[in-house]
Design a protein around this ligand. Structure first.
Ligand code: BG6
Length: 469
């Protein structure tokens, strides 16, 4: 893939012995490396409390790649990559906690010609972010650096504001990259191309033609040993405040004046500002049966593993159009989709005048799996005499159309952060407004209702939103 690689730099991963580093970050960096998308002057420094040597860190990295990399681990590429890996053991407390990191980075600059470029990646639990930002600035390491922080950004509006204030003590907004990996998915970015690079959809992309919008993120997996996190966080904070609202902004935004990061983000914020704060009576929180038997989950847990919400916007484009957001774990299958359901024809000539009429047209963006776009519509069934209509689809499939394999979300976002491009990262005001919109339901959550693992969620959600398309 021909592109100019980012400037020389060291990627410093805080939380280097953790799960995110193993499952996502190291495999993503390795893949970018073998695809020649990284600069010649490039190195990775792992930092965490665990007392590991460079060799231990490399052995762990090798194991992570064997298990999670998308490509096979080639001996030559691995030895080139491994040469660029090193490890510093340390904590985040005490103003001089990172002094030795500073010396290490200077040595790396000399060894790997990384020229003082730094990308700090906070892959730790969020509680450590303020200390990481504070220590980096106390050691003067923030000056030439960018910092990537993982979600969740706080647990409500007040904590998000406090976190943003902490980050800003050392870094200004142009240095901060809040990652939401859904924005790294090609199919989510393609919503913008579908809407703004084609003339045919935008005229009907509004309340006059659209009856409702469904955003569904169903997962087959459960909580995967993350009981402590899920007990504290739950699906609304983990998935809705982040991924689902981000997807919603792409679907609902006005055409941006350019794709400049801040012009795009301005439009996303306008969507969030036009959203009505969520009414808890329009929310169903579900919990899959068996969740309370998982180790680390309390017997009377009220943490939700599923959420269905009806949200509305007060603006000219969307007034009166319900947006149905649904997401859950242990559901029937993995499926992420955005569906626009169009209004019924005003008069049905195909059946009894008082009959239900043809099924509504739908435009579906298949985010994953089988990435693509479908338009479901009614066509005439072949045959003489009767004018019967039946459902048919127009389908676009990424894999069939493009031979280039899609970059994985973390690969793309790491690269964008290394290049300093904020387009696919969330801005401070976006994150804060997203918390504000959810505040009523976080303050006054309805009790959780059970649902069967392998189902499409609790029946109460279908009663509120109708069935999944
Ligand atoms: C993460 C959530 O952000 O996204 C997880 O913390 C969830 O709970 C995951 O499983 C889903 O991501 P994807 O890319 O598999 O849809």
């Amino acid at each position: 893939m021909a592109m100019k690689p980012p400037d020389p730099q060291v990627v410093v991963i805080f939380g280097a012995s953790g799960d995110l580093t193993r499952r996502k970050l190291l495999p993503a960096l390795y893949h970018l490396f073998v695809e020649n998308m990284l600069p010649e002057g490039f190195a990775v420094v792992g930092y965490s409390r665990s007392g590991l040597s460079d060799e231990d860190f490399r052995a762990r990295a090798r194991d992570a790649l064997e298990r999670f990399a998308r490509c096979s681990v080639d001996a030559e590429a691995w030895s080139e990559f491994a040469r660029r890996l090193s490890y510093v053991s340390g904590g985040f407390d005490g103003s001089n906690a990172m002094d030795h990191l500073r010396g290490h980075l200077d040595a790396i600059d000399r060894r790997h010609r990384t020229q003082g470029g730094r990308l700090y990646y906070a892959a730790t639990p969020p509680a450590a972010y303020p200390s990481i930002a504070a220590r980096l600035s106390q050691c003067g390491l923030h000056e030439a650096g960018r910092i990537v922080v993982e979600k969740p950004f706080g647990e409500d509006l007040a904590s998000a504001r406090a976190l943003n204030a902490h980050l800003h003590l050392g870094f200004d907004e142009s240095q901060i990259f809040r990652i939401d990996h859904y924005l790294g998915k090609e199919t989510i970015q393609n919503i913008l191309a579908l809407r703004f690079a084609n003339g045919m959809f935008e005229p009907i992309w509004n309340r006059r033609y659209v009856d409702s919008v469904q955003i569904t993120v169903a997962e087959e997996i459960g909580i995967e040993g993350r009981a402590t996190f899920y007990e504290e966080t739950g699906t609304i904070r983990d998935m809705v405040q982040t991924h689902l609202l981000q997807v919603l902004t792409f679907v609902a935004m006005e055409p941006p004046v350019s794709l400049e990061p801040d012009r795009l983000r301005d439009e996303k914020v306008r969507v969030l500002r036009s959203m009505r704060p969520v009414d808890p009576r329009r929310v169903v929180r579900g919990q899959f049966q068996g969740y309370r038997d998982q180790p680390g989950v309390s017997a009377g847990s009220q943490a939700e593993t599923y959420a269905a919400l009806q949200v509305e916007m007060d603006n000219w484009r969307w007034a009166g159009v319900p947006f149905h957001l649904r997401t859950g774990k242990r559901m029937n299958r993995k499926l992420t989709e955005v569906s626009l359901l169009f209004r019924h024809v005003p008069f049905n000539v195909f059946g009894p005048a008082d009959g239900p009429g043809p099924v509504r047209d739908a435009l579906v963006v298949r985010v994953q799996p089988e990435e693509g776009i479908s338009i479901h519509l009614n066509v005439k069934k072949p045959g003489v005499g009767l004018m019967d209509v039946e459902r048919a689809s127009l389908d676009f499939d990424y894999e069939k159309t493009f031979s280039t394999p899609l970059l994985e979300a973390y690969e793309l976002l790491l690269l964008e952060a290394m290049m300093g491009d904020h387009t696919l990262f969330t801005r401070e005001d976006e994150v804060e407004r997203a918390w504000e919109v959810l505040a009523p339901v976080l303050r006054d959550p309805p009790p959780v209702v059970p649902y069967a693992p392998g189902s499409w969620g609790p029946p109460e959600a279908d009663a509120l939103l109708g069935p999944v398309r």
